[in-house]
Structure formats: structure tokens, C-alpha cells
Ligand binder design. Sequence first.
Ligand code: S3P
Length: 274
Amino acid sequence: MLINKIGKADGEKMNDLELYREQLALCDDKIIDALMERNSIIEKIMAYKEEYGMPILQPAQEEKQERRLKEKLDGNKYQEEIHDVFQRIVRNSKRIQARKLFSYNLVLIGFMGAGKSTVSDYLSTMFAMNIVEMDQVIAEREEMSIPDIFATYGEAYFRESETKLLIEMQSRKNVIVSCGGGAALRKENVVEMKKNGRVILLTASPETVYERVKDSDERPVLNGNKNVEFIADLMEKRREKYEAAADIVVQTDNKTVLQICEELITKLTEMDAE
Ligand code: S3P
């Protein structure tokens, strides 16, 4: 009979290994059961918030959960690994929430500086949703900044790229599409946006917009015209088209990003309930 280093027979050693594997499989079953239970609790929380008209976004609660987890894992040999798993778990809970709330793309439109990028980032963090920042995607594809695209190929070329990208969005689901300020001005673009998205118009006063854009040179439309009068004038020219495109409107002056997003969610869910 073959005897191994620790003096056990090979057959016996194999049996131990089989036993560990069985224990591991049982452990995995427990994890699956716990995750199923966790997800159903997430659904109960959502239903509760909806029933009592409570805010969907509760960043303070999320922070509290994270603190509790860190305390619990403090000094744990597998602290890093377990924390990593929990980040995934929380991310997936957010995805479950996002899919339940929005079965469509969230298309953000509005004037430059209305808050589209800020709101997109926040929603993306809260719901683990992907963002398509149109300007950024177009700039990456062209390997050129937006001002350079305008200067090299002209505005019409840029507007064409916007339309193409919006058509591409038809194959995506449950993403945030942050449009360039001019994207909703073309009727054909709005048709594309609405095919599988809800169009959310963010608004701000010309003074607020001026404050938000004054230190940036990324907007060729405003370069050389960065003053409240020009902004007010262009905004007025665009207003009708923006409003015609919008499914919902959220005014952003003097509000925190959390307040804006909460209002946006409330308005969307009300619209869906109609
Ligand atoms: C534009 C807005 C910009 C960018 C381009 C043209 C516009 O996007 O697409 O400079 O015509 O309003 P932001 O609204 O994200 O600044």
C-alpha cells in the first residue's frame, strides 16, 4: 500500500478531498440561498418605499451599510476579498433596482451647463447603470476634441455623428444617454431617443448656466460668447424644441444633485403609472 508523507493511505487522502469538495458545494448552496433572500428583501424595500411614497435614493443608508460592513470585517483575514464580493453584491442589487424602475434608456437633454453630466454620473453611481456620454463617445471615436471636430469638419458633420450614435442606442437597454446640448434640436434625433428611451429635459436659468460653464473652453458654440445675454438668447431660441422633445422636465437651479435625481425618478415613475 502506498503511504503518503503524513502517513495516510492514498485512499483516505482522496476521501478527505472529496469531503472538502462536498463541504464547499454546501457552502455555495448557502451563499446562493442567502443571495436569493437578500434580493427578495431588496424587492420588499423597493415596494415599501413605493407604497409609502418614500425617496428611492437614500445615500446615507448606503453609507451606513458600508460602515457596518467595514466594522464587521475589521481584522478579518479575508477582509479584502470579502469586501470585494460585497461591492459586487451591492452593485447587483442596484442593477435589480434600476431594471425594475426603468425598462428603458434614460435620455438626458438640455442646454449646455444644465447638469446632464452631473446627473448622469450620480444616477450611474446610485443604480450601477452604464452611461453613454455622447460628446465623449464622439470625441473618442474621432480621436479629437469637440472644438476640434467643429473646426475640422464643421458643425453639420458633428450633428450627423450625433444622429448615428442615437440610432446605435436602440440596441442598448437600461443605460443613461447624456446628450450634447444640441442633440434634441433635430426632430429625427428625438424620434430615435424616444424609440426605447424616456427623454428628460434638465433646465437652468441663464445665470446658473453661465456660472457652470464660464471656466470651460469645451463648448465651441459658446466660445467668444460666454455671457448671460448670449446664453439667454440661445436658450430662448432652443426652448420650444427642448420642451417638445421632453417626456419630463426637471428644473435644476438651487437644487442638490440628489434632489434633482429624486424628482426625476418620481416624475418618471408617475409617468409610467399613467
Ligand atoms: C452643444 C453642446 C455641447 C456639445 C457641443 C454642442 C450645443 O454639449 O455637444 O459643444 O450645441 O449645445 P454639452 O451640452 O454637454 O455641453
